[in-house]
Every structure is written in structure tokens, then in C-alpha cells.
Design a protein around this ligand. Structure first.
Ligand SMILES: NC(=O)c1ccc[n+]([C@@H]2O[C@H](COP(=O)([O-])OP(=O)(O)OC[C@H]3O[C@@H](n4cnc5c(N)ncnc54)[C@H](OP(=O)(O)O)[C@@H]3O)[C@@H](O)[C@H]2O)c1
Length: 249
């Protein structure tokens, strides 16, 4: 039998209902993790899917709901998790939103929303969860950044700068929390086969694929593998790192 890398860990994963997040939930469950699977809103399909995964891998998966636009909802959700008195071993800040527009086509209102979802809410979740982890003197946080926060192109103002800020926060917070045995890392995927991956036009997608060494998009499970590595003890001395998973761009 294969070693289950997260046996008995308790993990919070945001954006669990689809795309990369759904793949992280399955990968973590297959590795023995119990999961608080966070989604924006309740749905019976999601709840059924989580129940099926829990049964398949003999772990517990509890749906938790909050919108990253609502600080109150985030606070209530993390407070509910804290009140279970279970350890929180891993936080995966995966949920995020795409946005593509040139400078003159980016109203400040939109820019603020992108930063709320892709940056401020992620910081707020880290503030609340790291408090629990500091008391435990243990934890691992993985933020979902993007190659778009490292390289730039026209139209990347909002999305790219929100992810660049998240990368900077990851590196900065890693230096603060290392002394509490909390590792903070980021994964920076290239184009990945999800709804967000197809946010660009077919022509733009092809251009990115052409300049990718592997000449294809990532499969979401390939991104989940990188998250699993960072969450596990296999990465016990990896801290403040931004792991590109982009097929060689
Ligand atoms: N796909 C790519 O090519 C790619 C590349 C680099 C980085 N990434 C990053 O990877 C992460 C996952 O992306 P994905 O490709 O899996 O995208 P996706 O399939 O579009 O899924 C996005 C997830 O984020 C959730 N979300 C978005 N806004 C939210 C909000 N306000 N409150 C709560 N949840 C919210 C969505 O929930 P709903 O279902 O309710 O909308 C969904 O679960 C994101 O951070 C993204 O920026 C993706």
C-alpha cells in the first residue's frame, strides 16, 4: 500500500467545489487528510460529491461556506473551525478569480474586487488560521499564486498584481511564522485545464501553449501534486518558496 502523506492531518481547502481546488480535495483525501472543504455557497451536488470522496478514502470531509467578499462570513467560518478544538495542520488558500483588461479598461471598482478576492481575503484567512497554528506551534500554509504574478503581459494589471502581492505576502509571512514551525509557501501554476484556464480566447491560449516547454496546459491534478508536496513533511524545510508548475515557460 502507498504511504498516505497526510494521514490524520486536518486541512482547510478553499475553492473546493471545482477546478484545482476539487482536485486538491481528492488528492488530500487519498492521502488520509480530514478536510474542511470550503465553497462559496451550498449545493446538494457539492455536498454529495464530498460525501462520496469521504467514503471512498475513509476520511471526514466537512463542507464550510463563505464568500471571499465577506469578512463576516470568513470570520464565522474560521471561528466554527476553531471551536471544534481540532488541530489545523494545513491551510490551502486556493480560491481566486480571473480578470483580464488593459489599464484604461480596468475600473478601480473591479481592481478593488480582484484584490479583495485574490489578496485581502487570503491575508485575512491567514491571520485567523495562523493564530490557531501559532498556539499549536505547527502548520503549513499554501497560497495559490500564478505565473501571472511573476511574468506579465498586457491585460494582467489586476490579476497579475493581485497574485504578485500574494507572492510577496507569502515570502514575508514565511519569515514571521517560521519560528512557530509554520511553513508558508505558494504554488504558481501556468495555464491549467479548468474553467479559469479557458478564460482567455482560444488564440491567446495557443500563444501561451506555444511558449510552454511541454506544449500543453497543466492538468489540475498536477497542480494538486505540488500542493500535496508542500503540505507534507516531505517539504519540512521548504519555507517562503514559490513553486512554479508551468511546464517550462
Ligand atoms: N486555471 C489556471 O490556468 C490557473 C493558473 C494560475 C493560477 N490559478 C489559480 O488557481 C486557483 C484555482 O483556480 P481554478 O483554475 O481552479 O479556477 P476555477 O475553476 O475558476 O475555480 C475557482 C474557485 O474559486 C472560487 N471562488 C472564486 N471567487 C470566490 C469568492 N468570492 N468566494 C469564494 N470562492 C470563490 C470558485 O467558487 P465558485 O464555484 O463559487 O465560483 C471556485 O471554487 C485560483 O486562485 C487561480 O487564480 C489558476
Amino acid at each position: 500500500m502507498e504511504t498516505r502523506l497526510l494521514e490524520g492531518y486536518n486541512c482547510i481547502i478553499t475553492g473546493s467545489n471545482r477546478g484545482i481546488g476539487r482536485n486538491i480535495v481528492e488528492k488530500f483525501a487519498a492521502n488520509g487528510a480530514n478536510i474542511w472543504a470550503c465553497a462559496r455557497r451550498t449545493s446538494s451536488e457539492f455536498e454529495q460529491d464530498m460525501q462520496d470522496l469521504a467514503k471512498q478514502y475513509q476520511v471526514t470531509i466537512e463542507p464550510v461556506y463563505f464568500d471571499l467578499n465577506s469578512e463576516d462570513e470568513i470570520k464565522q467560518a474560521i471561528s466554527m473551525i476553531r471551536k471544534t478544538k481540532k488541530s489545523v495542520d494545513v491551510l490551502v488558500n486556493n480560491a481566486g478569480m480571473p480578470y483580464g483588461a488593459l489599464l484604461q479598461m480596468t475600473p478601480l471598482k473591479d481592481l478593488k474586487e480582484v484584490f479583495q478576492v485574490n489578496y485581502f481575503s487570503q491575508i485575512y484567512i491567514m491571520q485567523l488560521v495562523s493564530k490557531i497554528m501559532m498556539r499549536q506551534d505547527r502548520g503549513s500554509i499554501i497560497n495559490m499564486a500564478s505565473v501571472g504574478g511573476i511574468e506579465t503581459n498586457p491585460g494582467y494589471l489586476a490579476y497579475g498584481s493581485s497574485k504578485a502581492a500574494l507572492i510577496w505576502a507569502t515570502r514575508s509571512i514565511a519569515k514571521e511564522l517560521g519560528r512557530y514551525h509554520i511553513r508558508v509557501n505558494a504554488v504558481a501554476p501556468g495555464l491549467t485545464e479548468t474553467e479559469m484556464g479557458h478564460y482567455k480566447s482560444e488564440e491567446e491560449l495557443q500563444k501561451v501553449i506555444d511558449r510552454t516547454g511541454m506544449q500543453r496546459m497543466a492538468r489540475p491534478e498536477e497542480i494538486a501534486d505540488a500542493v500535496l508536496f508542500l503540505a507534507s513533511e516531505q517539504a519540512s524545510f521548504v519555507n517562503g518558496e514559490v513553486l512554479r508548475v508551468d511546464g517550462g515557460r
